[in-house]
Design a protein. Sequence first.
Length: 303
Amino acid sequence: MNLLQDIAFQLARALMQAFAIMVIVFLLVRVTPGDVVDVLAIEGDLTAEQQEVMREELGLDRPLVTEFFNWVRQAATGDLGQSLRYGRPVADMVGNALPTTLTLAASSFIIGLVLAFSTALTATMTQGRFTTSLVNLLNIWSIAFPTFCVGVAAILVFSIWLGWLPVLGAMIAPVVIIGIDNAGQIAKPLFEELREAANSAHVRTARAKGLHPVRIAIAYLLPTAIPIALALSGLILAGLVAGTLTMEVLFGLSGIGSLTLQAIHGRDYPVVQGAVVVIALGIVAINTVMDILHRLIDPRLAR
């Protein structure tokens, strides 16, 4: 199978994954006990007759198969339906929340990538105990300290005790927390790859010729690091979504995570479906793009 066929296969697989995600999300939302009418009944003391009329008006009494294919047909055109609680287009609600999520995710990823590359490169070029320990410390941090727990500690220290940051709405704390966690996941394997490359014959030859360490790092080490960095970045970006949504809820940021949690509490099916599908499709797209880029950079991976 040549490279173009392999890319076509990856795209076809992504489409199948997208459809499977839509089916699973729809079914999971529907098996959740209660619906939006039950929530509104508790809030507004509706009678049984009023609840039946409201379910009929909202289309909650239709068969699941009919609801599913209606939703898929609408979603394929970009119409994610209307919020059952607020009567607003779900696409608009998700669109308003998306910039916050993207800002948090992109900022955290960039910080993590820069920190991981700079730490791994410095440790490789200097071979010092301190820089090597820093790589190991970042790796241990990402394994031993869940971002949610670190976020709670950050609120206690910087918001409540020191008063440096507001309790809710601060973007800097979650960006730094997730960024350090991402750096820890990338730095260790990147350092191992760079250290192996630094001991190769062509790098030793360049070092013997008296080339500057920075030039060696840019010309010989960075090209070696790009494939593994892409592979790790795909995994990190996919996992970054979950960490971002958790931080949004914890720090009171108005992103997709907060929107989804509110919709779940209110049993607002269309909003939950729309938000989760957008998140899931984003993960599928990230993995597909990273996989294709990896194969373009290293054609040996093509099947």
